[in-house]
Design a binder for this molecule. Structure first.
Ligand SMILES: Cc1cc2nc3c(=O)[nH]c(=O)nc-3n(C[C@H](O)[C@H](O)[C@H](O)COP(=O)(O)OP(=O)(O)OC[C@H]3O[C@@H](n4cnc5c(N)ncnc54)[C@H](O)[C@@H]3O)c2cc1C
Length: 415
């Protein structure tokens, strides 16, 4: 099969790659753009296995990319869903302190949220909290009225459709197996033949570090997968949760803690926990892949992280295999929950970038070098923030690749 020519190839049909393709095809209508996704449809991994929450932006350090893009992204996501008829609801969230030690952190969250410009935040009395979530317990309550829920797989389908309508090509069932880089051209080898292109944007999620290495990039981080398991509340107990009930997060970790989430298509999820996974795209508790496991265990950063956090990690493992311990943990938020109220549901695997020194990369991270842009860290709230993330990636690519004007594109047609 002869090589096909494009100007730009985006690798990965998750919400970040699709938003990038959407913005690139809009900003450069003359660009011949191809997005390749290895699965048979888009959003098969993180973007289709998440909590479906439109985060307000309360958790993130003021001035960070996460804070800026989440606050902007939440408003953009609601407008996008409204415009395209994608189901969504602004149901609000209650963050609950369950011990006196968590009260100062609840206060800090309020101040962070105010610094990030989130409207309507309010510390509540027990009576006020009970009006919103009649069954929750706790000793302190912060109401975040701007938080919502949606269906991110449906959002991804729409991004793909709009990209196609703007002249881009989205090719599923096409796995990138190699990248050969020359000065002015890149050959992207895939299971569906080779594509020649001038620029590549790597949005490969759980495989983004491997795709970087295929292109000869020395990644400063490695992806370590953390599985998040969910239970479903039985229909009889679903009335115990009206909207979203979250704990106060542990500031040492980028994860938000097990929460109760009303889903946009009905039902209530309880989860996700955060358990080290031995398979990057493995959704079962027992999923194991030798290459993935060795990749993690041979990484110095993993052992440095483990030395610091082994106690919390062991607790997560214990609660993953022991439902009684999991139930005890969630009863601190909702005391009426019983083990029989929880039915095992799906799971998701987070791509968490880890540095060699064992620290987890907290903020979003994009790195442009020559004719490739690498998206190395886009954990939660990247689904919420996907519209401004895609715009930001395209802006960086425009600067880094020197795409100042239409005349600089090569104008070759895809064949
Ligand atoms: C359990 C969980 C709960 C979450 N909850 C929320 C939430 O409520 N709200 C929120 O805003 N965010 C949430 N997130 C975060 C959010 O889902 C992710 O940050 C976001 O989906 C990342 O998108 P992505 O496109 O980078 O990755 P992905 O969706 O994983 O997409 C990457 C794509 O690249 C493809 N790919 C990989 N390698 C190749 C290759 N060699 N060739 C071709 N294609 C390749 C994969 O098949 C995949 O489809 C959650 C995440 C998880 C895991």
């Amino acid at each position: 099969m002869p090589d096909q020519n494009f100007d730009i190839v985006v690798i990965g049909g998750g919400i970040v790659g699709l938003s990038t393709a959407l913005h690139a095809s809009r900003r450069f209508p003359q660009l011949h753009l191809l997005l390749v996704e290895k699965e048979d449809r888009v959003a098969r991994h993180q973007s289709g296995h998440n909590s479906g929450v439109i985060h307000s932006g309360i958790y993130y350090k003021p001035g960070s990319l996460k804070a800026k893009l989440c606050v902007e992204g939440a408003a953009a996501m609601v407008a996008f869903c409204r415009e395209h008829g994608i189901p969504h609801e602004i149901c609000g969230k209650l963050i609950v302190a369950t011990t006196d030690e968590e009260i100062p952190r609840l206060q800090e969250l309020l101040e962070r949220g105010q610094a990030n410009g989130i409207a309507g935040l309010k510390l509540l009395s027990r009576e006020q909290a009970r009006e919103i979530e009649p069954h929750c317990s706790g000793v302190g309550w912060l109401h975040v009225p701007a938080t919502g829920i949606t269906d991110y797989a449906a959002v991804c389908e729409k991004y793909a459709q709009l990209t196609g309508a703007q002249g881009g090509t989205v090719k599923t069932g096409t796995k990138v197996t190699g990248i050969a880089r020359q000065a002015a051209e890149i050959s992207v080898e895939t299971t569906q033949g080779n594509f020649r292109t001038r620029y590549v944007i790597n949005c490969a999620g759980l495989h983004s570090d491997r795709v970087s290495r295929m292109a000869g990039e020395k990644s400063e981080v490695q992806i370590v997968p953390f599985r998040g398991e969910y239970y479903d509340l039985t229909p009889e107990s679903a009335h115990l949760v009206r909207g979203l009930i979250y704990p106060v997060p542990d500031p040492r970790f980028p994860f938000l803690g097990v929460h109760f989430t009303r889903r946009i298509h009905g039902g209530v999820d309880v989860g996700p926990n955060a358990v080290l996974a031995f398979k990057r795209e493995g959704y079962a508790r027992t999923a194991f892949n030798l290459r993935d496991a060795i990749g993690t265990l041979a990484y110095a950063g993993f052992w440095r992280m483990t030395a610091k956090y082994w106690r919390s990690g062991a607790g997560e493992f214990y609660r993953s295999f022991n439902k009684t311990a999991f139930v005890r943990a969630v009863q601190s938020l909702l005391p009426e929950i019983r083990s029989s109220d929880l039915i095992p549901d799906g799971s998701g695997v987070r791509a968490q970038a880890l540095r060699r020194d064992g620290s987890m990369v907290d903020d979003f991270q994009f790195v442009c070098s020559q004719n490739m842009l690498q998206v190395w860290n886009v954990p939660s709230p990247a689904a919420t923030a996907s519209l401004p993330i895609g715009r930001e990636i395209v802006r960086l690519a425009q600067e880094g690749f020197g795409l100042e004007s239409q005349g600089q594109m090569n104008g070759r047609s895809p064949n």
